[in-house]
Write a protein that binds this ligand. Structure first.
Ligand code: PHE
Length: 450
């Protein structure tokens, strides 16, 4: 028996899927990766990764999910009975739990920054003062924990509402607001002063000198993370999409909106950064250390700061709910738990893991492995090992286990739709993606370092 719950409308399904894809990865990570990796050249490579690997994987995961029609475990049990494929669902559940635990840390920070926007926290900000503010907050043993927990409670509240009334309804409200805020911020950023344009040039004029193997790998890893592929999220949501919907078209809509938001986030952030003479390569601190200084120099800076961090909170929330739903769906379907019990249990466990990642910037700072703190270890394990592993297995499953005909049947709704590039996608799923991802993963583990 497949899922009883479904998305009520196509637009709601696309909003939920795009909501999962669009997140901190687009607005926090993409602009700083672009800044660190030489601007436009990185964007071009990123778009190539999206087109040649991202779309086929999205389509593979989406098709598997809808065909199986259940949580990740149930889907593999249905599509590949009496094999070990169900064990793969354990990896996806762990990956989503790990990502959500540290996602909650950063999301908690953004909630805090949103709330302090209206205080005088950023007034007369200098590089030293914002750094002090950031360090004091993130290393405090209580404050970031309270924000992380608050964020997890809000995430759980949405999931408690179920697929239609929780995930779909909230995404349909939050996604349009997110787009509107982003467009307004782009206009603001571009019209600050004559130096804004330098940010645009940086974003759109490729400087190929800075491209190295590292750039390709950074772009590919980011494409995976940003599209939410490789950990069962798209599979779980795919199971909630009705059989008559066109999943090929929906995949495109999700991928295009995700990429558009990443680029628009660059337009909202980098011209403002250039306008006030700041460097674009501040790394992960770009949003928390550089932007508060930008807002401090802008008329109505408190308002713009609030709007910007609100944007981040909304983006984080539509992604975190999808991460939570992977495990919740598993517990509901496989262990026959009630949604409420499953949600509370999962939230408590993930929040407890998240306590360690949050405290990794304060009291637990000294716990390190290979020079990484607990937060970095989680991020590293998820992004460099588990995510690519998941993506590789999904492509392998689509290409070799599910097979061409079943896949075609699912994507074309039983030959009712015509999909021109199907042969190309299938070739990538079967041969190209598993190999490319394996290389990415080995590199992520440092195998090629010397
Ligand atoms: N895609 C989300 C982002 O860009 C992160 C995410 C990853 C969400 C994996 C769900 C699953 O921030």
């Amino acid at each position: 028996m497949s899922n009883k719950e479904h998305f009520g409308s196509k637009i709601g399904a696309v909003a939920a899927l795009a909501g999962s894809a669009i997140g901190l990865g687009n607005i926090w990570k993409f602009p700083y990766l672009t800044g660190e990796n030489g601007g436009a050249a990185f964007i071009l490579i990123y778009i190539a990764c999206i087109c040649f690997i991202g779309i086929p994987i999205m389509l593979a995961e989406f098709s598997i999910g809808r065909r199986g029609g259940k949580d990740v475990y149930g889907t593999f049990k249905t599509l590949a009975p009496k094999t070990k494929w169900c064990a793969f669902s354990i990896i996806t559940v762990c990956t989503s739990a790990i990502i959500l635990s540290y996602y909650g840390t950063i999301a908690g920070w953004t909630m805090h920054y949103m709330c302090i926007s209206f205080t005088d926290a950023f007034q007369n900000a200098t590089p030293a003062s914002v750094e002090q503010l950031f360090n004091d907050f993130t290393s405090n043993p209580y404050h970031p924990l309270i924000w992380q927990m608050l964020f997890m409670v809000v995430t759980a509240a949405v999931i408690l509402g179920g697929v239609k009334n929780g995930i779909e309804r909230s995404s349909k409200v939050m996604m349009p607001i997110l787009f509107i805020i982003l467009i307004i911020l782009c206009f603001r950023s571009l019209t600050i002063n004559e130096h804004s344009i330098e940010g645009l040039i940086f974003l759109f004029k490729p400087n190929l000198d800075v491209v190295s193997a590292k750039t390709f790998l950074a772009a590919m890893g980011q494409a995976f993370f940003s599209l939410s592929v490789g950990m069962g999220v798209i599979m779980t949501y795919g199971a909630y999409v009705k059989k008559h919907e066109n999943i090929h078209q929906m995949s495109y809509q999700v991928v295009i909106s995700d990429t558009a938001v990443a680029i628009l986030a660059g337009v909202a952030i980098l011209p403002a950064t250039f306008a006030f003479g700041m460097a674009p390569n501040a790394g992960p601190g770009l949003v928390f250390l550089t932007l508060p200084q930008v807002f401090a120099q802008m008329p109505l800076g408190q308002f713009w700061s609030f709007i910007f961090f609100l944007l981040l909170v909304l983006a984080a929330l539509t992604s975190s709910i999808s991460l939570l739903e992977v495990t919740v769906a598993y517990l509901i379907n496989e262990l026959k738990m009630k949604r409420a019990t499953a949600t509370i249990l999962t939230t408590v466990v993930i929040t407890i893991i998240g306590v360690f990642t949050t405290l990794a910037f304060g009291p637990l700072k000294h716990i390190t492995l290979f020079g990484m703190n607990l937060f970095d270890i989680m991020d590293y394990t998820a992004s460099n090992i588990l995510l690519p592993l998941g993506g590789m297995l999904i492509c392998y499953f689509a290409g070799w286990v599910l097979g061409k005909e079943s896949l075609r049947d699912e994507i074309t709704n039983g030959n009712k739709l015509k999909i021109t590039l199907f042969g190309f996608y299938f070739f990538i799923m079967r041969y190209v993606a598993p190999v490319v991802i394996l290389l990415l993963m080995l590199n992520g583990m440092g195998v090629f370092n010397n």
